[in-house]
Write a protein that binds this ligand. Structure first.
Ligand SMILES: NC(=O)C1=CN([C@@H]2O[C@H](COP(=O)(O)OP(=O)(O)OC[C@H]3O[C@@H](n4cnc5c(N)ncnc54)[C@H](OP(=O)(O)O)[C@@H]3O)[C@@H](O)[C@H]2O)C=CC1
Ligand SMILES: Nc1c(N[C@@H]2O[C@H](COP(=O)(O)O)[C@@H](O)[C@H]2O)[nH]c(=O)[nH]c1=O
Ligand SMILES: [Zn+2]
Length: 420
């Protein structure tokens, strides 16, 4: 391992590079420099936000040809312990080990249950590993992100009972619940049609925000009523981001996805080697979200419908709401959100409004739900007749050859297809 003062200097540079990444991203800001045996920088990298290359992989990609035959002489200096899990990108610990890096110095341990363990993996692969280099400086940079991680873990565990029997103690992704409604709070007409309540500018804003999320989620009610594409695209249909950066579609509920559903052609599927959207049953949404987090999904854009959004709000599992308000009226039964477990006005949930944005004739109201995560769950998960069926009696999805009631996505559903 290089001398400590050389590592400290390199870590300062890595922290400066980390700061170039987005501060309010679901992913941490991470920087990486690669040093020669004299402590000179031969390559640099940083993380540009969820879905893009991690800092280590970015830096490895920039190592000059002359050093690629002598990787054991190089030292990677990273602000966060290299990740060890398969998420939207493959594990950096593996990328460094496969490169043949000689030494790795990092500042902060990775706090994620799923992503931690990179140092151990690297040692097992024969690298010289040192943690805690300028740890307090890195902690200062990543303070807001670390706080969000802790809040996510607390929300997941407080919203689930009994904790011991559930995987929900893991952090969950950031959940953004979005819907479009009329002034009288309707999200659909009486016959279930809802296209379109809002105008083109509002919908373009939705697509820009879809593009920022790791996953896009709907309930089976929305899937069957609307046959949504769930891509992030421009008005002419062109994708706003490449297929590998498109949000991965997730469908909650037991009913099967029809074989002709547009979501089966979602470009994120082929880009990640998936045959179908991730399926979640929805009986325990906190556990379902924790499962998504274990697959490296840090943010979920929930496109409805009213049933799923109501359940998320009732259980304190939505961090943010985006309400696109159209100056129109529908009346009737198509309320924008379902029961959220409030009987008395004292239970009213007030939002902190963080953005109001006119979009053509429509208006976006963006709000945070600050207290929701610590609220005790108020809403008993609904019991559906299917809950009482034996597994063999539950409907199967004929198109994908797996049970439609799969409790959690198969761990193989999100393979390491990117970057490495
Ligand atoms: N204006 C807007 O922004 C939007 C409007 N819509 C409209 O909403 C209507 C569909 O509403 P809705 O059926 O409520 O749609 P949802 O997408 O919320 O689907 C509800 C279904 O999800 C499944 N589910 C699984 N777990 C849960 C849970 N914990 N809580 C609630 N549901 C769960 C159930 O289906 P299963 O039996 O399969 O398990 C349930 O029937 C359509 O008319 C559509 O056009 C939809 C989206 C957005
Ligand atoms: N009706 C309605 C919305 N509906 C949402 O958009 C989904 C359709 O997605 P896609 O097929 O990808 O365009 C639909 O299933 C529902 O989730 N959104 C809005 O911004 N405004 C609207 O008026
Ligand atoms: Zn990584």
């Amino acid at each position: 391992m290089l001398q400590r003062d050389l590592l400290d200097d390199a870590m300062r540079r890595a922290l400066a590079l980390a700061g170039r990444g987005p501060a309010d991203d679901p992913n941490p800001q991470v920087g990486c420099v690669i040093l020669d045996p004299e402590g000179r920088i031969v390559a640099e990298g940083w993380h540009r936000g969820a879905g893009s290359r991690h800092a280590e992989v970015d830096a490895l990609g920039r190592v000059p040809e002359a050093w690629r035959s002598r990787p054991g002489e190089l030292t990677a200096v990273v602000t966060l312990e290299p990740c060890n899990h398969v998420g939207r990108t493959g594990p950096c610990a593996l990328a460094l080990a496969e490169f043949g890096i000689g030494s790795v110095a990092f500042a902060l341990d990775d706090p994620g249950d799923a992503s931690a363990g990179g140092a151990e993996s690297l040692r097992a692969a024969g690298a010289d590993v040192l943690g805690g280099v300028l740890e307090s400086e890195a902690r200062a940079l990543l303070g807001p992100w670390l706080a969000r991680q802790r809040a996510g873990a607390a929300a997941a565990s407080s919203a689930t009972a009994p904790p011991a029997a559930s995987p929900a103690a893991a952090p969950r992704p950031r959940v953004i619940a979005k819907w479009a409604q009329t002034l009288d709070g309707r999200a659909a007409a009486a016959n279930g049609t809802s296209r379109w309540i809002t105008g083109a500018e509002a919908r373009a804003d939705v697509h820009r925000r879809r593009a920022e999320a790791d996953a896009i989620l709907v309930g089976t009610g929305t899937l069957l009523a609307d046959d949504p594409a769930l891509t992030a695209r421009a008005h002419d249909g062109e994708l706003l981001v490449d297929p590998e950066r498109q949000p991965v579609p997730v469908v909650v509920g037991r009913r099967p996805i029809p074989s002709g559903a547009r979501v089966l052609r979602h470009p994120a599927l082929a880009a990640r080697g998936l045959e179908a959207p991730i399926r979640l049953r929805g009986d325990d949404l906190a556990a379902d979200l924790a499962e998504l987090a274990r697959h490296g999904i840090r943010s979920v854009f929930v496109e409805g419908g009213p049933g799923i959004i109501g359940s998320l709000l009732a259980r304190g599992l939505a961090d943010e709401v985006l309400v696109y308000l159209a100056p129109a009226l529908l009346g009737g039964p198509g309320l924008a959100i379902g029961d959220i477990g409030i009987d008395d006005i004292s239970g009213i949930r007030r939002l902190d409004i963080t953005e109001t944005l006119p979009l053509g004739r429509d208006l976006l109201l963006r709000g945070r739900l600050p207290a929701s995560s610590s609220d005790p769950p108020r809403y008993a998960e609904r019991k559906r007749p299917a809950d009482r069926m034996r597994p063999a009696e539950r409907p199967r999805d004929p198109d994908h050859g797996h049970p439609a009631d799969r409790p959690h996505p198969d761990p193989a559903l999100i393979p390491a297809t990117e970057e490495h």
